[in-house]
Design a binder for this molecule. Structure first.
Ligand code: DGJ
Length: 344
């Protein structure tokens, strides 16, 4: 048995045992979320993948006491769970280096919105993040790439690339792995803010060929999350207002390259913690949409409530997605459980 297979197996056994004892079954959007050791979960702008029966949540670790202006990113933190509710700390799987000035992993750089996918052919977990180099401002954004043999790291930084065929690169992005294993980088191009798509190489490490504009996706679309249901591609996204919330956007397409059709803002209801409703996406901005394993039509919309002055305190909103044909709705709920998918 390969070492990483053995490791995944041991993690699975360990979690199944721990989860059997765990009490918590409720997801409470915009509450303080703690891990199984009672520590605040620190994984922002991230994603959740499923591998070997375990979910892995990756997100930006924010250094306590630093604001976004002071470059709070400390690396990528990973948590693991078998039930999407009780999360076990797996530590920093990619670390920014304090004291470094020139490295792409220098502490004062920005590593935003990490996304991880598994490449079956190379047996590598591949991580992507939006990378602003230390001291170089926000005019040029790279895509940083790191790989690991195990879902719980360590991830080894490989290289960066400029997406979109632009010398300024691309900003917020989604990485979408299609049913045939092909991987796509969908992103807002800098500086013109057109929304573009590029196919990645079979090893997932670099784009191949030219990027194309996704016709129908509004310019200045940020925070994209792509998922597919019944052969239709869906994109949940936001507008472009820095760290401040704005109305969510939903698009659908039959072909991932487009044309995409705008379907409005799917959010409904009000977050009682901040009194913000659909016009501000409950105070949040989308990061990812997760398909729940072995449950038909079970998708969770994942948002962060950004707190740029105190990013360590940024909160999480996870809500189930309801479908009506190609339209979706995301209703605010103070508390919910995965049972909603069984009863739909
Ligand atoms: C909007 C992005 O969606 C956020 O993740 C973050 O990068 C901010 N911009 C920074 O202004």
């Amino acid at each position: 048995m390969r070492l990483n297979t053995l490791l995944s197996f041991l993690i699975t056994v360990c979690f199944l045992a721990q989860t059997a004892l765990a009490q918590n079954k409720t997801i409470k959007p915009d509450a303080v979320w703690k891990d199984s050791a009672g520590k605040r979960i620190n994984a922002h702008g991230g994603c959740v993948i499923s591998h070997g029966g375990i979910y892995y949540w990756y997100g930006e670790e924010k250094e306590k006491g630093l604001s976004e202006k002071e470059h709070a990113d400390a690396g990528v933190h990973c948590y693991a769970s078998s039930d999407l509710v009780n999360w076990h700390d797996q530590g920093l799987v990619l670390k920014l280096i304090k004291g470094e000035t020139l490295s792409d992993l220098a502490f004062d750089s920005n590593h935003d919105r990490p996304k991880v996918v598994y490449n079956e052919a190379t047996r590598k977990f591949v991580m992507f993040f939006k990378l602003y180099l230390r001291g170089k401002g926000h005019g040029v954004a790279y895509v940083g790439v790191a790989t690991s043999d195990s879902p719980v790291g360590p991830f080894v930084y490989k290289h960066k690339f400029l997406g979109g065929g632009s010398p300024n690169g691309t900003g917020d992005f989604a990485i979408y792995k299609d049913d045939d294993g092909k991987l796509y980088h969908l992103s807002v191009r800098k500086p013109d803010k057109a929304f573009v798509i590029g196919k990645m190489r079979d090893d997932y490490l670099m784009p191949e060929g030219k990027y194309q504009i996704c016709e129908g996706v509004t310019r200045h679309t940020e925070a994209p999350a792509i998922f597919k249901k019944d052969g239709i591609y869906h994109m949940l996204a936001s507008g472009s207002t820095g760290w401040a919330p704005n109305p969510a956007r939903h698009f659908t397409a039959r072909n991932i390259y487009g044309p995409w059709k705008f379907r409005g803002n799917p959010c409904q209801g009000t977050n009682p913690h901040n009194n913000l409703g659909p016009d501000k996406t409950f105070g949040g901005q989308s990061n990812f949409v997760l398909k729940v394993d072995e449950q038909k039509d079970a998708y969770i919309a994942i948002f962060d409530i950004n707190k740029p002055k105190h990013p360590y305190e940024s909160a999480y909103i996870w809500l189930p997605i309801k479908f009506k044909g190609k339209d979706i709705s995301i209703l605010w709920q103070d508390a919910w459980s995965l049972d909603v998918f069984r009863n739909q």
